[in-house]
Ligand binder design. Structure first.
Ligand SMILES: C[S@@+](CC[C@H](N)C(=O)[O-])C[C@H]1O[C@@H](n2cnc3c(N)ncnc32)[C@H](O)[C@@H]1O
Length: 416
């Protein structure tokens, strides 16, 4: 990983030459480790280090930032002011970079609801009509040097990975209908960099944090504990945004309350609590019974069920450019959505999964049986048996309203 030595190159220093880096250090008075830090993180120096570079190398912050590809809003404004001249210089390059369009693309697998293509997403997406998709979900490789069955390069230079990400996102956005939703699942380090691009073309809805520990604790870092799910829509408002409601947590042993609801019990919505932008109930797919392929990160059926339910209607078209084990496609199929997918690597796992779709169907049924109730049916039975309150037992008080559910959310956070 890492960047492509833009810092050293901008200063005309050979990144592989210790002596040239040493000379730069001597000339500027900036220690070698700090010069290497700027280079490795593609970070524009600030403060006295920048003054030293200006004074000794004669390159100014604006020049350096542009050469390093680090454009802030002030620089962007300058580029805008000189757009005609700049486009004259660079427009030619952009117009001539294109991904081939596969004329004779045939699905490797299809059902009445969807088609799967074994193809690079950048070219396969070209065959999808503009403004035709209701929901895009994407779970790309994370550039963590993982070995995928497709043998794609998962260890790109940072700017190459981001450039590639913007290229497939640009295509996905083109295919979205106005009002359509785009969700992209990634590590915070990537989604935080990609969000600026998305903000320039779509309307931001949410940064959803899915609380799943994904790496071991490392000294000097906080324990990485959430994946980022970015949620944007095309145009001003979503065609559909209707989230499932979740059960309120109870003690796994005695089925009693974990929170003191005090006099608010009768105000709780019997259909469950409102979904927030922090999801703590998405399981990692580790259990052999549910995992469809070894090694790669397969997402939970529960995650895709939630997204597809929230942002699409039956009959809508769901697109996922990174098939993997086909989680998006089977969930879309089971929920009566149309789907479109592609996968660069072998697709037999996805085909095989469809052949055994009854396993995912019963898994999905179990998931759905427990949501949109304040207490899942099995928990409610236990609560009744043990004499704990249920929505029915406190129903003689006021009827719940959405407003009261909201005030309860504040109450639960201890704000009122
Ligand atoms: C993280 S996995 C997706 C897992 C999937 N969400 C699931 O639940 O099974 C990413 C997948 O994208 C595939 N892939 C990588 N680059 C691709 C490309 N350019 N076009 C299509 N698929 C690609 C990889 O082979 C891998 O199977």
């Amino acid at each position: 990983m890492g960047y492509s030595d833009q810092f050293f190159r901008s200063l005309d220093v050979d990144p592989s030459s210790n002596s040239e880096i040493g000379q730069l250090s001597k000339k500027t008075g900036i220690p070698v480790p700090r010069l290497r830090y700027y280079n490795e993180g593609n970070i524009v120096p600030t403060g006295s280090d920048m003054s030293k570079i200006e004074a000794t190398v004669g390159i100014y912050e604006l020049d350096l930032a542009v050469r390093m590809g680090r454009l802030d809003h002030a620089t962007t404004e300058l580029l805008q002011e000189h757009a005609s001249e700049i486009l004259e210089l660079i427009g030619h390059h952009r117009r001539h970079t294109h991904t081939p369009f596969p004329e004779d693309l045939l699905p490797v697998f299809e059902t009445d609801h969807g088609q799967l293509y074994q193809e690079d997403c950048l070219s396969a997406l070209k065959t999808v009509d503009s403004d035709s998709v209701d929901l895009v979900f994407a779970d790309p490789p994370f550039n963590l040097d993982k070995l995928y069955p497709s043998k794609m390069n998962d260890n790109l230079k940072i700017e190459e990975y981001l450039k590639w990400t913007e290229a497939w996102l640009r295509e996905c956005i083109r295919t979205l209908k106005p009002g359509g939703a785009l969700f992209t699942w990634n590590l915070p380090v990537w989604n935080s960099q990609v969000s600026n691009f998305l903000h320039s073309r779509l309307t931001f809805k949410h940064w959803i944090a899915a609380d799943i520990k994904y790496s071991l604790p490392i000294k000097g870092r906080l324990y990485p504990s959430h994946y980022s799910l970015l949620y944007f829509v095309k145009g001003q408002k979503p065609s559909k945004l209707e989230a499932d409601r979740l059960p309120t947590p109870t003690c796994p042993n005695c089925f009693g309350d974990l929170k003191d609801y005090g006099g608010y019990k009768h105000k709780m919505n019997p259909e469950g609590i409102s979904l927030t932008d922090i999801w703590t109930d998405i399981p990692p797919v580790r259990h052999a019974k549910y995992k469809k392929r070894k090694g790669a990160n397969e997402l939970s059926v529960k995650l895709l069920d939630r997204i597809i339910e929230m942002a699409s209607e039956p009959g809508d078209l769901v697109l996922d450019p990174f098939g993997g084990s086909g989680t998006t496609y089977v969930v879309a199929e089971l929920k009566g959505r149309r789907w479109w997918g592609c996968e660069l690597g072998p697709c037999d796992i996805i085909v095989d999964r469809f052949e055994r779709i009854s396993e995912d169907r019963s898994h999905l049924e179990k998931i759905r049986a427990d949501i949109n109730h304040l207490f899942p049916p099995s928990v409610k039975r236990e609560r009744e048996r043990r004499g704990h309150w249920t929505p029915e037992s406190v129903a003689h008080k006021n009827k719940p309203t959405n407003d009261s559910a909201e005030s309860l959310a504040l109450f639960e956070d201890g704000e009122s």
